[in-house]
Design a protein around this ligand. Sequence first.
Ligand code: CP
Length: 309
Amino acid sequence: MNDFFQTDIISIRDFNKEKLETVFSATDKIIQMNPNERRELARGKTLGYLFFEPSTRTRLSFQAAMASLGGTSLGIADASSSSTKKGESLADTVHIMSLYSDVLVLRHPLDGSSRFAAEISSKPLINGGSGTEEHPTQAIQDLFTIIREKKKIDGLKIGVAGDLKYGRTVYSLLYALSNYNVDVHLISPESLKIRSDSTYDIKKRLKYKESSSLEEHIDEFDVLYVTRIQKERFPDEEEYLKVKGSYTIGLDLVKKMKDDAIILHPLPRVDEISTDVDETKQAKYFKQAQYGKDTRAALLALILNENSF
Ligand code: CP
Protein backbone atom coordinates (compact mmCIF):
# COMPACT_ATOMS: atom_id res chain seq x y z
CA MET A 1 0.00 0.00 0.00
CA ASN A 2 1.33 3.48 -0.78
CA ASP A 3 1.90 5.77 2.24
CA PHE A 4 -0.53 8.43 0.98
CA PHE A 5 -3.55 6.16 0.47
CA GLN A 6 -6.58 7.75 2.19
CA THR A 7 -4.41 10.20 4.16
CA ASP A 8 -4.99 13.90 4.90
CA ILE A 9 -2.47 16.48 3.63
CA ILE A 10 -2.51 19.19 6.28
CA SER A 11 1.07 20.34 6.70
CA ILE A 12 4.26 19.97 4.69
CA ARG A 13 5.94 19.46 8.06
CA ASP A 14 4.58 15.91 7.84
CA PHE A 15 6.72 15.27 4.74
CA ASN A 16 10.26 13.98 5.01
CA LYS A 17 12.53 13.83 1.97
CA GLU A 18 11.36 10.32 1.10
CA LYS A 19 7.69 11.35 1.07
CA LEU A 20 8.44 14.43 -1.02
CA GLU A 21 10.36 12.34 -3.50
CA THR A 22 7.51 9.81 -3.71
CA VAL A 23 5.25 12.65 -4.90
CA PHE A 24 7.90 13.98 -7.31
CA SER A 25 8.41 10.58 -8.88
CA ALA A 26 4.61 10.03 -9.09
CA THR A 27 4.40 13.42 -10.83
CA ASP A 28 7.05 12.38 -13.37
CA LYS A 29 4.96 9.28 -14.09
CA ILE A 30 1.73 11.30 -14.39
CA ILE A 31 3.37 13.66 -16.90
CA GLN A 32 4.62 10.78 -19.04
CA MET A 33 1.49 8.62 -18.75
CA ASN A 34 -0.77 7.89 -21.66
CA PRO A 35 -3.98 9.99 -21.11
CA ASN A 36 -6.23 6.92 -21.31
CA GLU A 37 -4.22 5.15 -18.63
CA ARG A 38 -4.19 8.34 -16.50
CA ARG A 39 -7.99 8.61 -16.70
CA GLU A 40 -8.29 5.28 -14.85
CA LEU A 41 -6.64 6.67 -11.69
CA ALA A 42 -9.74 8.46 -10.37
CA ARG A 43 -12.48 7.10 -12.59
CA GLY A 44 -15.81 7.37 -10.74
CA LYS A 45 -14.30 9.47 -7.93
CA THR A 46 -15.30 12.98 -6.88
CA LEU A 47 -13.21 15.85 -5.56
CA GLY A 48 -15.11 18.21 -3.25
CA TYR A 49 -13.67 21.71 -2.95
CA LEU A 50 -14.51 24.26 -0.27
CA PHE A 51 -12.92 27.65 -0.90
CA PHE A 52 -13.63 30.33 1.68
CA GLU A 53 -10.99 32.62 0.15
CA PRO A 54 -10.44 33.61 -3.48
CA SER A 55 -8.31 31.33 -5.66
CA THR A 56 -7.48 30.88 -9.31
CA ARG A 57 -4.58 28.40 -9.46
CA THR A 58 -5.19 26.12 -6.49
CA ARG A 59 -8.87 25.45 -7.10
CA LEU A 60 -8.67 25.25 -10.89
CA SER A 61 -5.50 23.14 -10.91
CA PHE A 62 -7.14 20.67 -8.51
CA GLN A 63 -10.19 20.53 -10.77
CA ALA A 64 -8.05 20.14 -13.90
CA ALA A 65 -5.97 17.49 -12.14
CA MET A 66 -9.08 15.53 -11.11
CA ALA A 67 -10.46 15.72 -14.68
CA SER A 68 -7.13 14.46 -16.06
CA LEU A 69 -7.44 11.42 -13.76
CA GLY A 70 -10.96 10.66 -15.05
CA GLY A 71 -12.74 12.00 -11.96
CA THR A 72 -15.18 14.84 -11.40
CA SER A 73 -15.30 17.85 -9.07
CA LEU A 74 -18.00 19.73 -7.23
CA GLY A 75 -17.86 22.38 -4.59
CA ILE A 76 -18.10 25.86 -3.20
CA ALA A 77 -15.93 28.44 -4.93
CA ASP A 78 -17.55 31.39 -3.22
CA ALA A 79 -18.76 31.07 0.36
CA SER A 80 -21.36 33.82 -0.16
CA SER A 81 -23.35 31.49 -2.44
CA SER A 82 -23.35 28.64 0.11
CA SER A 83 -25.42 28.01 3.24
CA THR A 84 -22.58 29.38 5.38
CA LYS A 85 -24.23 32.69 4.44
CA LYS A 86 -27.28 31.46 6.43
CA GLY A 87 -25.08 30.63 9.41
CA GLU A 88 -24.12 27.02 8.72
CA SER A 89 -20.90 26.09 10.52
CA LEU A 90 -17.64 25.02 8.90
CA ALA A 91 -18.00 21.67 10.67
CA ASP A 92 -21.43 20.98 9.13
CA THR A 93 -20.29 22.20 5.70
CA VAL A 94 -17.28 19.85 5.78
CA HIS A 95 -19.45 17.00 7.08
CA ILE A 96 -21.90 17.42 4.20
CA MET A 97 -19.16 17.72 1.58
CA SER A 98 -17.53 14.53 2.83
CA LEU A 99 -20.83 12.72 2.13
CA TYR A 100 -20.73 13.82 -1.51
CA SER A 101 -17.02 13.37 -2.31
CA ASP A 102 -14.11 10.96 -2.10
CA VAL A 103 -11.47 13.59 -1.28
CA LEU A 104 -11.80 17.22 -0.13
CA VAL A 105 -9.73 20.39 -0.60
CA LEU A 106 -10.24 23.27 1.81
CA ARG A 107 -9.01 26.86 1.63
CA HIS A 108 -9.88 28.97 4.64
CA PRO A 109 -8.66 32.26 6.18
CA LEU A 110 -8.03 30.77 9.63
CA ASP A 111 -4.85 29.05 10.80
CA GLY A 112 -5.74 25.56 12.01
CA SER A 113 -8.84 25.35 9.79
CA SER A 114 -7.63 22.34 7.78
CA ARG A 115 -6.56 20.35 10.82
CA PHE A 116 -9.97 21.02 12.38
CA ALA A 117 -11.84 20.12 9.17
CA ALA A 118 -9.86 16.89 8.76
CA GLU A 119 -11.15 15.76 12.14
CA ILE A 120 -14.73 16.28 10.92
CA SER A 121 -14.33 14.83 7.43
CA SER A 122 -14.83 11.12 6.87
CA LYS A 123 -12.80 11.45 3.65
CA PRO A 124 -9.18 12.53 3.17
CA LEU A 125 -8.79 16.30 3.32
CA ILE A 126 -6.12 18.41 1.61
CA ASN A 127 -5.13 21.84 2.90
CA GLY A 128 -5.45 24.26 -0.04
CA GLY A 129 -4.21 27.20 2.07
CA SER A 130 -4.93 27.87 5.75
CA GLY A 131 -4.63 31.46 6.97
CA THR A 132 -1.04 32.67 7.23
CA GLU A 133 0.00 29.20 8.29
CA GLU A 134 0.56 26.85 5.36
CA HIS A 135 -0.07 25.94 1.74
CA PRO A 136 1.49 22.47 1.51
CA THR A 137 0.56 21.59 -2.07
CA GLN A 138 2.14 24.88 -3.22
CA ALA A 139 5.44 23.82 -1.62
CA ILE A 140 5.28 20.48 -3.43
CA GLN A 141 4.89 22.24 -6.78
CA ASP A 142 7.62 24.76 -5.85
CA LEU A 143 10.18 22.05 -5.07
CA PHE A 144 9.13 20.00 -8.10
CA THR A 145 9.74 23.08 -10.29
CA ILE A 146 13.19 23.58 -8.75
CA ILE A 147 14.11 19.95 -9.43
CA ARG A 148 12.83 20.10 -13.00
CA GLU A 149 14.63 23.35 -13.75
CA LYS A 150 17.85 22.98 -11.71
CA LYS A 151 18.06 19.15 -11.68
CA LYS A 152 18.71 19.21 -7.92
CA ILE A 153 17.84 21.00 -4.67
CA ASP A 154 20.86 20.21 -2.48
CA GLY A 155 23.60 22.83 -2.76
CA LEU A 156 21.42 25.62 -4.13
CA LYS A 157 21.42 29.19 -2.90
CA ILE A 158 17.81 30.30 -2.63
CA GLY A 159 16.59 33.87 -2.11
CA VAL A 160 13.04 34.33 -0.77
CA ALA A 161 11.81 37.90 -1.06
CA GLY A 162 8.67 39.83 -0.17
CA ASP A 163 6.04 39.37 2.51
CA LEU A 164 7.60 36.75 4.76
CA LYS A 165 5.33 37.52 7.69
CA TYR A 166 1.93 36.80 6.19
CA GLY A 167 2.80 34.71 3.10
CA ARG A 168 1.78 31.12 3.90
CA THR A 169 3.56 29.74 0.84
CA VAL A 170 6.86 30.90 2.37
CA TYR A 171 6.36 28.82 5.53
CA SER A 172 5.48 25.66 3.61
CA LEU A 173 8.43 26.30 1.27
CA LEU A 174 10.88 26.66 4.18
CA TYR A 175 9.54 23.58 5.98
CA ALA A 176 9.92 21.56 2.76
CA LEU A 177 13.42 22.96 2.07
CA SER A 178 14.52 22.00 5.58
CA ASN A 179 14.73 18.42 4.24
CA TYR A 180 17.56 19.51 1.92
CA ASN A 181 21.00 21.03 2.22
CA VAL A 182 20.33 24.55 0.92
CA ASP A 183 21.53 28.04 1.71
CA VAL A 184 18.50 30.32 2.16
CA HIS A 185 18.51 34.11 2.18
CA LEU A 186 15.31 35.78 3.40
CA ILE A 187 14.71 39.33 2.12
CA SER A 188 11.90 41.50 3.42
CA PRO A 189 11.09 44.91 4.84
CA GLU A 190 11.75 44.96 8.60
CA SER A 191 8.01 44.84 9.42
CA LEU A 192 7.49 41.75 7.22
CA LYS A 193 10.27 39.53 8.56
CA ILE A 194 9.63 35.83 9.02
CA ARG A 195 7.67 34.91 12.19
CA SER A 196 10.22 33.35 14.51
CA ASP A 197 7.50 31.46 16.42
CA SER A 198 6.69 29.57 13.19
CA THR A 199 10.30 28.76 12.27
CA TYR A 200 12.05 28.04 15.57
CA ASP A 201 11.86 24.28 15.06
CA ILE A 202 13.47 24.28 11.59
CA LYS A 203 16.34 26.59 12.54
CA LYS A 204 18.55 23.62 13.40
CA ARG A 205 17.95 22.02 10.01
CA LEU A 206 17.76 25.01 7.66
CA LYS A 207 20.53 27.55 7.25
CA TYR A 208 19.09 31.00 6.59
CA LYS A 209 20.12 34.61 6.92
CA GLU A 210 17.93 37.69 6.77
CA SER A 211 18.28 41.15 5.24
CA SER A 212 16.23 43.86 3.56
CA SER A 213 18.23 44.52 0.39
CA LEU A 214 17.40 42.43 -2.65
CA GLU A 215 19.76 44.18 -5.05
CA GLU A 216 22.81 43.59 -2.86
CA HIS A 217 22.53 39.79 -3.14
CA ILE A 218 20.64 39.15 -6.37
CA ASP A 219 23.75 38.00 -8.26
CA GLU A 220 24.26 35.13 -5.76
CA PHE A 221 21.00 33.23 -6.11
CA ASP A 222 20.30 30.04 -8.07
CA VAL A 223 16.60 30.45 -7.27
CA LEU A 224 14.77 33.68 -6.45
CA TYR A 225 11.33 33.06 -4.93
CA VAL A 226 9.26 36.25 -4.96
CA THR A 227 6.04 36.74 -3.02
CA ARG A 228 3.22 39.26 -3.04
CA ILE A 229 2.67 41.62 -0.13
CA GLN A 230 -0.50 40.06 1.35
CA LYS A 231 -2.62 43.20 1.58
CA GLU A 232 -5.68 41.29 2.81
CA ARG A 233 -3.87 40.05 5.94
CA PHE A 234 -2.74 43.43 7.30
CA PRO A 235 -4.73 44.47 10.37
CA ASP A 236 -4.07 48.12 9.47
CA GLU A 237 -4.06 49.55 5.92
CA GLU A 238 -1.57 52.26 6.96
CA GLU A 239 0.96 49.51 7.67
CA TYR A 240 0.34 47.99 4.23
CA LEU A 241 0.87 51.33 2.51
CA LYS A 242 4.28 51.67 4.19
CA VAL A 243 5.58 48.47 2.54
CA LYS A 244 3.53 48.40 -0.68
CA GLY A 245 5.83 48.08 -3.71
CA SER A 246 8.91 47.32 -1.56
CA TYR A 247 10.42 45.06 -4.22
CA THR A 248 9.91 45.12 -7.95
CA ILE A 249 11.85 42.74 -10.16
CA GLY A 250 12.43 44.43 -13.50
CA LEU A 251 14.81 43.72 -16.38
CA ASP A 252 17.49 45.81 -14.66
CA LEU A 253 17.59 43.36 -11.73
CA VAL A 254 17.24 40.24 -13.89
CA LYS A 255 20.39 41.32 -15.81
CA LYS A 256 22.32 41.16 -12.53
CA MET A 257 21.22 37.57 -11.83
CA LYS A 258 23.21 34.45 -12.64
CA ASP A 259 22.63 33.39 -16.21
CA ASP A 260 21.08 30.08 -15.14
CA ALA A 261 19.14 31.43 -12.13
CA ILE A 262 15.37 30.93 -12.03
CA ILE A 263 12.63 33.22 -10.74
CA LEU A 264 9.63 31.61 -9.04
CA HIS A 265 6.45 33.18 -7.66
CA PRO A 266 3.41 31.31 -6.28
CA LEU A 267 1.21 33.94 -7.99
CA PRO A 268 -0.95 35.99 -8.12
CA ARG A 269 1.50 38.83 -8.64
CA VAL A 270 0.55 42.46 -8.27
CA ASP A 271 3.61 44.61 -8.94
CA GLU A 272 6.52 42.48 -7.64
CA ILE A 273 7.61 41.26 -11.08
CA SER A 274 7.18 43.50 -14.11
CA THR A 275 5.58 41.81 -17.10
CA ASP A 276 8.61 42.34 -19.35
CA VAL A 277 10.47 39.84 -17.13
CA ASP A 278 8.02 37.16 -18.34
CA GLU A 279 9.96 36.79 -21.60
CA THR A 280 13.33 36.21 -19.91
CA LYS A 281 14.77 32.72 -19.56
CA GLN A 282 14.89 33.16 -15.78
CA ALA A 283 11.09 33.52 -15.52
CA LYS A 284 9.67 30.12 -14.51
CA TYR A 285 6.56 31.15 -12.58
CA PHE A 286 4.08 30.14 -15.28
CA LYS A 287 5.78 26.78 -15.65
CA GLN A 288 5.55 26.51 -11.85
CA ALA A 289 1.77 27.07 -12.11
CA GLN A 290 1.58 24.38 -14.79
CA TYR A 291 3.38 21.94 -12.51
CA GLY A 292 0.71 22.75 -9.91
CA LYS A 293 -1.75 20.69 -11.94
CA ASP A 294 0.70 17.78 -12.38
CA THR A 295 1.82 17.61 -8.73
CA ARG A 296 -1.80 17.83 -7.52
CA ALA A 297 -2.81 15.07 -9.95
CA ALA A 298 -0.02 12.91 -8.52
CA LEU A 299 -1.13 13.63 -4.96
CA LEU A 300 -4.79 12.86 -5.74
CA ALA A 301 -3.80 9.63 -7.50
CA LEU A 302 -1.70 8.56 -4.51
CA ILE A 303 -4.52 9.37 -2.06
CA LEU A 304 -7.18 7.56 -4.09
CA ASN A 305 -5.24 4.45 -5.20
CA GLU A 306 -4.09 1.87 -2.70
CA ASN A 307 -1.25 0.65 -4.90
CA SER A 308 1.41 2.85 -6.46
CA PHE A 309 1.04 3.40 -10.19
N1 CP B 1 -0.64 30.19 -5.56
C1 CP B 1 -1.94 30.21 -5.21
O1 CP B 1 -2.32 29.69 -4.15
O2 CP B 1 -2.75 30.86 -6.09
P1 CP B 1 -4.32 31.04 -5.91
O3 CP B 1 -4.53 31.93 -4.71
O4 CP B 1 -4.78 31.67 -7.20
O5 CP B 1 -4.92 29.69 -5.67
